[in-house]
Design a protein. Structure first.
Length: 202
Protein backbone atom coordinates (compact mmCIF):
# COMPACT_ATOMS: atom_id res chain seq x y z
CA UNK A 1 0.00 0.00 0.00
CA UNK A 2 2.86 2.39 0.82
CA UNK A 3 4.49 1.66 -2.55
CA UNK A 4 1.24 2.49 -4.37
CA UNK A 5 0.90 5.71 -2.35
CA UNK A 6 4.47 6.73 -3.19
CA UNK A 7 3.75 6.21 -6.90
CA UNK A 8 0.61 8.34 -6.53
CA UNK A 9 2.81 11.22 -5.36
CA UNK A 10 5.87 10.55 -7.53
CA UNK A 11 4.22 10.65 -10.94
CA UNK A 12 2.51 14.06 -10.47
CA UNK A 13 5.74 15.47 -9.03
CA UNK A 14 7.72 14.23 -12.04
CA UNK A 15 5.03 15.60 -14.34
CA UNK A 16 5.35 18.95 -12.57
CA UNK A 17 9.11 18.89 -13.11
CA UNK A 18 8.57 18.28 -16.82
CA UNK A 19 6.10 21.18 -16.83
CA UNK A 20 8.68 23.44 -15.18
CA UNK A 21 11.34 22.52 -17.74
CA UNK A 22 9.02 22.92 -20.71
CA UNK A 23 7.70 26.25 -19.41
CA UNK A 24 11.24 27.61 -19.61
CA UNK A 25 11.60 26.36 -23.18
CA UNK A 26 8.21 27.82 -24.11
CA UNK A 27 9.12 31.19 -22.62
CA UNK A 28 12.28 31.25 -24.74
CA UNK A 29 10.54 30.34 -27.99
CA UNK A 30 7.81 32.92 -27.41
CA UNK A 31 10.31 35.60 -26.34
CA UNK A 32 12.45 34.93 -29.44
CA UNK A 33 9.42 35.13 -31.73
CA UNK A 34 8.05 38.43 -30.45
CA UNK A 35 11.50 39.99 -30.17
CA UNK A 36 12.21 39.25 -33.82
CA UNK A 37 8.96 39.21 -35.77
CA UNK A 38 5.87 41.36 -36.10
CA UNK A 39 5.09 44.84 -34.85
CA UNK A 40 2.37 46.79 -33.06
CA UNK A 41 -0.07 46.14 -35.92
CA UNK A 42 0.27 42.35 -35.74
CA UNK A 43 -3.12 40.77 -34.92
CA UNK A 44 -3.53 39.36 -31.38
CA UNK A 45 0.14 39.72 -30.42
CA UNK A 46 0.80 43.32 -31.49
CA UNK A 47 0.50 44.80 -28.00
CA UNK A 48 2.99 42.32 -26.54
CA UNK A 49 5.40 42.75 -29.44
CA UNK A 50 5.35 46.52 -28.95
CA UNK A 51 5.85 46.10 -25.20
CA UNK A 52 8.85 43.82 -25.64
CA UNK A 53 10.40 46.23 -28.14
CA UNK A 54 10.01 49.04 -25.63
CA UNK A 55 11.48 46.79 -22.97
CA UNK A 56 14.79 46.67 -24.82
CA UNK A 57 15.06 50.43 -24.66
CA UNK A 58 13.78 50.78 -21.09
CA UNK A 59 14.55 47.42 -19.42
CA UNK A 60 14.48 48.90 -15.92
CA UNK A 61 10.82 49.94 -16.36
CA UNK A 62 9.62 46.38 -15.72
CA UNK A 63 10.92 46.59 -12.16
CA UNK A 64 8.62 49.54 -11.44
CA UNK A 65 5.40 47.80 -12.40
CA UNK A 66 3.15 46.37 -9.75
CA UNK A 67 3.06 42.61 -9.32
CA UNK A 68 -0.47 42.37 -10.76
CA UNK A 69 0.53 44.49 -13.75
CA UNK A 70 3.23 41.99 -14.66
CA UNK A 71 0.88 39.01 -14.33
CA UNK A 72 -2.61 40.04 -15.44
CA UNK A 73 -2.30 39.49 -19.22
CA UNK A 74 -0.85 36.00 -18.88
CA UNK A 75 -3.20 35.18 -16.00
CA UNK A 76 -6.23 35.71 -18.26
CA UNK A 77 -4.85 33.35 -20.91
CA UNK A 78 -3.88 30.74 -18.32
CA UNK A 79 -7.30 30.87 -16.65
CA UNK A 80 -9.21 30.23 -19.86
CA UNK A 81 -6.79 27.45 -20.82
CA UNK A 82 -6.42 25.65 -17.49
CA UNK A 83 -10.02 25.80 -16.28
CA UNK A 84 -11.45 23.66 -19.11
CA UNK A 85 -8.62 21.14 -18.66
CA UNK A 86 -9.26 21.01 -14.93
CA UNK A 87 -12.97 20.39 -15.47
CA UNK A 88 -12.54 17.87 -18.30
CA UNK A 89 -9.85 15.63 -16.77
CA UNK A 90 -9.37 14.03 -13.39
CA UNK A 91 -5.81 12.82 -13.83
CA UNK A 92 -3.31 13.79 -11.10
CA UNK A 93 -0.38 13.43 -13.51
CA UNK A 94 -1.97 15.78 -16.04
CA UNK A 95 -2.91 18.20 -13.27
CA UNK A 96 0.65 18.13 -11.92
CA UNK A 97 2.03 18.99 -15.35
CA UNK A 98 -0.54 21.66 -16.16
CA UNK A 99 -0.38 23.32 -12.74
CA UNK A 100 3.39 23.78 -12.72
CA UNK A 101 3.76 24.56 -16.42
CA UNK A 102 0.94 27.10 -16.47
CA UNK A 103 2.03 28.58 -13.14
CA UNK A 104 5.58 29.11 -14.40
CA UNK A 105 4.32 30.63 -17.63
CA UNK A 106 2.00 32.96 -15.74
CA UNK A 107 4.76 34.07 -13.36
CA UNK A 108 7.43 34.26 -16.07
CA UNK A 109 7.06 38.02 -16.42
CA UNK A 110 7.63 38.42 -12.69
CA UNK A 111 10.69 36.16 -12.88
CA UNK A 112 11.78 38.38 -15.76
CA UNK A 113 11.24 41.51 -13.65
CA UNK A 114 13.30 40.03 -10.81
CA UNK A 115 16.09 39.29 -13.30
CA UNK A 116 16.28 43.05 -13.86
CA UNK A 117 16.28 43.86 -10.16
CA UNK A 118 19.30 44.76 -8.09
CA UNK A 119 20.34 42.12 -5.58
CA UNK A 120 20.00 44.48 -2.63
CA UNK A 121 16.36 45.27 -3.47
CA UNK A 122 15.17 41.74 -4.20
CA UNK A 123 13.59 39.52 -1.53
CA UNK A 124 16.21 37.16 -0.14
CA UNK A 125 14.33 33.98 -1.20
CA UNK A 126 14.30 35.27 -4.79
CA UNK A 127 18.06 35.86 -4.72
CA UNK A 128 18.61 32.35 -3.33
CA UNK A 129 16.46 30.81 -6.08
CA UNK A 130 18.24 32.84 -8.76
CA UNK A 131 21.67 31.84 -7.46
CA UNK A 132 20.56 28.20 -7.34
CA UNK A 133 19.37 28.32 -10.96
CA UNK A 134 15.73 27.70 -10.08
CA UNK A 135 14.80 31.15 -11.41
CA UNK A 136 16.57 32.91 -14.27
CA UNK A 137 19.55 34.78 -12.87
CA UNK A 138 20.28 38.46 -13.19
CA UNK A 139 23.64 37.87 -14.88
CA UNK A 140 22.25 35.38 -17.38
CA UNK A 141 19.40 37.61 -18.45
CA UNK A 142 21.67 40.67 -18.61
CA UNK A 143 23.43 38.99 -21.55
CA UNK A 144 20.17 39.15 -23.49
CA UNK A 145 20.25 42.95 -23.31
CA UNK A 146 23.71 43.24 -24.83
CA UNK A 147 24.60 43.01 -28.54
CA UNK A 148 23.93 40.97 -30.60
CA UNK A 149 20.57 40.62 -28.76
CA UNK A 150 20.07 37.06 -30.00
CA UNK A 151 20.62 34.84 -26.98
CA UNK A 152 19.38 34.00 -23.48
CA UNK A 153 15.70 34.27 -24.41
CA UNK A 154 14.36 31.88 -21.73
CA UNK A 155 13.01 33.69 -18.67
CA UNK A 156 11.66 31.05 -16.27
CA UNK A 157 14.81 29.29 -15.07
CA UNK A 158 17.10 29.89 -18.04
CA UNK A 159 18.05 26.20 -18.01
CA UNK A 160 17.52 25.97 -21.78
CA UNK A 161 19.56 29.04 -22.68
CA UNK A 162 22.91 27.27 -22.81
CA UNK A 163 21.63 24.47 -25.05
CA UNK A 164 19.65 26.72 -27.39
CA UNK A 165 22.52 29.18 -27.77
CA UNK A 166 25.31 26.61 -28.06
CA UNK A 167 23.52 24.72 -30.83
CA UNK A 168 22.30 27.94 -32.49
CA UNK A 169 18.71 26.74 -32.48
CA UNK A 170 17.15 30.17 -32.92
CA UNK A 171 19.66 31.17 -35.58
CA UNK A 172 18.70 28.02 -37.50
CA UNK A 173 15.01 28.87 -37.16
CA UNK A 174 15.72 32.40 -38.38
CA UNK A 175 17.45 31.04 -41.48
CA UNK A 176 14.52 28.71 -42.10
CA UNK A 177 11.99 31.55 -41.80
CA UNK A 178 14.11 33.78 -44.03
CA UNK A 179 14.54 31.26 -46.83
CA UNK A 180 10.93 30.08 -46.68
CA UNK A 181 9.16 33.40 -46.11
CA UNK A 182 11.77 36.04 -46.91
CA UNK A 183 11.34 37.64 -43.47
CA UNK A 184 14.45 38.88 -41.68
CA UNK A 185 14.52 38.79 -37.86
CA UNK A 186 15.20 42.03 -36.04
CA UNK A 187 18.33 40.58 -34.45
CA UNK A 188 20.08 40.59 -37.86
CA UNK A 189 19.95 44.36 -38.08
CA UNK A 190 20.15 45.35 -34.43
CA UNK A 191 21.32 47.21 -32.51
CA UNK A 192 19.71 50.34 -33.81
CA UNK A 193 18.45 53.35 -31.96
CA UNK A 194 15.23 51.59 -30.96
CA UNK A 195 17.07 48.98 -28.89
CA UNK A 196 19.82 51.13 -27.43
CA UNK A 197 19.14 51.08 -23.72
CA UNK A 198 18.37 54.34 -21.99
CA UNK A 199 19.39 54.71 -18.39
CA UNK A 200 16.90 55.07 -15.58
CA UNK A 201 16.37 58.57 -14.31
CA UNK A 202 16.72 57.40 -10.71
Amino acid sequence: MQVADSHNWLEPILAGLVGYILADLGSGVYHWAIDNYGDASTPVFGFQIEAFQGHHKYPWAITRRQFANNLHALARVITFTVLPLDLAFNDPVLHGFVAVCSGCIMFSQQFHAWAHGTKSRLPQPVVVLQDAGVLVSRSQHAAHHRPPYNNNYCIVSGVWNGVLDEYRVFETLEMFVFFKLGVRPRSWSEPNYEWIQEESET
